[in-house]
Design a protein around this ligand. Structure first.
Ligand code: SF4
Length: 326
């Protein structure tokens, strides 16, 4: 697309138009990258304003997972034992960390379980833990407990004060079989739809740089639009030694920025969140903040959140004109 075509499409999106897959592909092929990124930023400004949200993630059970996600250091196909590195201070340590991060401006704390399917007994214990955290830390929480069914989501709603539910779809339907064979993608869709119908604020997203094509990323963005998720986590592939993707080449800066901008064109109102792999894109983070992104996971993702870099993060986001929403 040339300068005028991008501008015309951007104006249509600003007026409520939903772009097609073909238009997204043509956008992604443009050589007018500055125009693409600038236009994505204008769409973010119109629909999301200047607010920026910082979230943090805390893993609960850290044992080896039975699933085979190729990117994940805890998966059944990883040859190295990463899972021994759980926080020795346990939930009490996490509560202290959350209090500290909340004071610094972190808005929401996602509680993540490594395994996909919680049985009712495990859910009961997670609900108890969520209520303990809520009572002691008084923070907003988001649950990321894999593919919960409708009745389980109802329990989460009725027995806790949780308002947000997170479930990543990871990639396009076409590419997903290369990513994971043990978790059903349709179960994930069902969970997101059920969470949405129950009134949860829904977060989803995926990983870029797994070996998929730009068309796969566009398909993922379109699926997330269909699912009407409120927030989209965009992880950039971070290769871990011992995983099947340990030698996966990093995407180019241009591919990453273009992906972020296309996600903004397709999902004008969603919160677009940096997630795992931020260390891979430090060099282009400012540009990404000018290409449609407006949220970030902060802290150490792999195990439990530490607040070491949060001051620097806040400076970065505020220097780009964002107001941190607390
Ligand atoms: S379900 Fe989660 S913890 Fe398990 S292998 Fe997949 S990404 Fe890793």
């Amino acid at each position: 697309m040339n300068f005028a075509q991008i501008k015309e499409l951007k104006d249509k999106v600003l007026n409520g138009y939903k772009i097609t897959k073909e238009e997204a592909i043509r956008l992604a092929e443009t050589e007018n990258l500055e125009t693409l990124y600038y236009s994505a930023n204008q769409i973010r400004a119109k629909f999301c304003g200047s607010y920026f949200e910082m979230w943090s993630v805390y893993h609960q059970n850290t044992g080896r997972c039975e699933n085979d996600c190729t990117f994940c250091p805890m998966s059944s196909v990883t040859k190295v034992d990463y899972y021994a590195t759980s926080d020795p201070t346990g939930v009490e340590g996490q509560i202290e960390s959350m209090r500290s991060l909340k004071n610094k401006g972190v808005k929401n704390f996602e509680i993540d379980t490594t395994h996909t399917v919680l049985n009712d007994e495990e859910l009961t214990s997670m609900i108890k833990m969520l209520n303990t955290i809520k009572n002691k830390a008084n923070v907003e929480l988001c649950a990321s407990f894999g593919s919960l069914n409708y009745a389980q989501l109802q329990r989460l709603q009725n027995e806790t004060t949780i308002k947000s539910y997170h479930c990543n779809i990871e990639s396009s339907e076409n590419f997903y079989p290369n990513v994971c064979t043990t978790i059903s993608l349709s179960d994930k869709y069902e969970t997101i739809k059920n969470a949405k119908s129950l009134g949860f604020y829904t977060c989803s997203g995926g990983i870029i740089g797994l070996g998929e094509m730009m068309e796969d990323r566009i398909d993922m963005a379109l699926k997330l639009r269909d699912l009407e998720v409120n927030a989209i986590s965009l992880n950039v592939m971070l290769p871990f030694p011992g995983t099947p993707l340990e030698k996966q080449a990093r995407l180019s800066n241009q591919e990453i920025l273009t992906t972020f901008a296309i996600f903004r064109f397709i999902n004008p109102k969603a919160q677009l969140r940096f997630a795992r792999g931020r260390s891979m894109i430090k060099i282009i983070e400012k540009e990404a903040l000018r290409a449609g992104m407006n949220s970030s996971i902060v802290g150490e993702l792999v195990v439990n959140a530490k607040d070491a870099d949060i001051e620097n993060d806040i400076h970065l986001f505020e220097d780009e004109g964002f107001i941190i929403r607390k």
